[in-house]
Design a protein around this ligand. Sequence first.
Ligand SMILES: C[C@](O)(CO)[C@H](O)COP(=O)(O)OP(=O)(O)OC[C@H]1O[C@@H](n2ccc(N)nc2=O)[C@H](O)[C@@H]1O
Ligand SMILES: Nc1ncnc2c1ncn2[C@@H]1O[C@H](COP(=O)(O)OP(=O)(O)OP(=O)(O)O)[C@@H](O)[C@H]1O
Length: 313
Amino acid sequence: MTSSVTVRVPAKVNVQLAVGGVRPDGFHDLANVFLAVGLYDEVTVTPADALRVTCSGPDAAQVPLDTSNLAARAALALAARHGRDAGVHIHIDKDIPVAGGMAGGSADGAGALLACDTLWGTGATREELLDICAELGSDVPFSLVGGAALGRGRGEILTPLTVGGTFHWVFAVADGGLSTPAVYAECDRLRAASGTGATSADVPDPEPSPALLDALRTGDADALAAAVTNDLQMAAVSLRPSLTATLDAGTGAGALAAMVSGSGPTTAFLVEDEAAARKVAAALQASGTCRAVRVTAGPVPGAVTLPAEGATT
Ligand SMILES: C[C@](O)(CO)[C@H](O)COP(=O)(O)OP(=O)(O)OC[C@H]1O[C@@H](n2ccc(N)nc2=O)[C@H](O)[C@@H]1O
Ligand SMILES: Nc1ncnc2c1ncn2[C@@H]1O[C@H](COP(=O)(O)OP(=O)(O)OP(=O)(O)O)[C@@H](O)[C@H]1O
């Protein structure tokens, strides 16, 4: 009998985040180009009498352990669909910054879903898993599939993208998080204040950039750097003006591109190669403008079940 299942799930960066007007349901239509990068949470599920969540890692204290945790919600959603009890202990070993715009909670939701499906032998189809992911949150389907993908709708309707190489990144983790709804609301406020209006009737439909998709296809870091955009950046910087100093520090150290990751406040720096990553990371660390610095690369695969401990391959 399977005693526990562990799933590893990556963080994401949005290399293009084009935000349309606010919809009647409060969400925004997006052209959201996701890239999965090699910072991971690991979600382990073990049979238990009742649903319970624990978390370890440097940011564990900021993670809710009740049923608002996306991993708990994923287990409850799968159990409800299959008419079974959700008695399971979910342990999250968290390495993805919390509330940092890197989809850490979404990663845990996707990870718990896949892990419970395996533990319980539910046999859910990929489509069913993706449906549940979309119910849990706009970023959750991408956490399951990983790689690179274009997200339409509110970000949940995915088309996989081909990437012709590995892109190297440095991430600067800020002190404290930013609330995703607050950043979208600030984007709307700035648009309304500038006179353009913020609704779907006022803002052009968001479209993926052909130059950006081309840069991904060819694996050309310089071309990607020239094409990256994030419509939430101005809103994140408006709510957290100190991010400007972090962005400037990375640009000054030779990053090819500097941007806010998703809704922030983590900032993302695209660099040429591993040597450049080390240089930019050291400069960011020395600048005193961020709490921590992480070096990684992408694309990487989405949620993956790890071999059971002691298993031979
Ligand atoms: C900023 C991004 O991380 C970019 O990938 C995502 O758009 C956010 O995705 P997420 O955290 O999974 O967000 P959800 O849990 O679906 O939604 C949280 C809140 O963010 C806002 N939201 C989210 C997605 C979207 N397309 N439009 C929105 O306006 C809404 O206020 C919503 O109530
Ligand atoms: N498993 C989880 N891990 C972290 N936060 C969670 C989790 N489940 C729920 N949350 C809640 O979600 C909030 C956002 O956390 P998360 O780390 O997902 O932010 P994010 O990376 O900015 O998300 P996104 O990039 O998808 O907008 C947290 O402040 C926390 O209250």
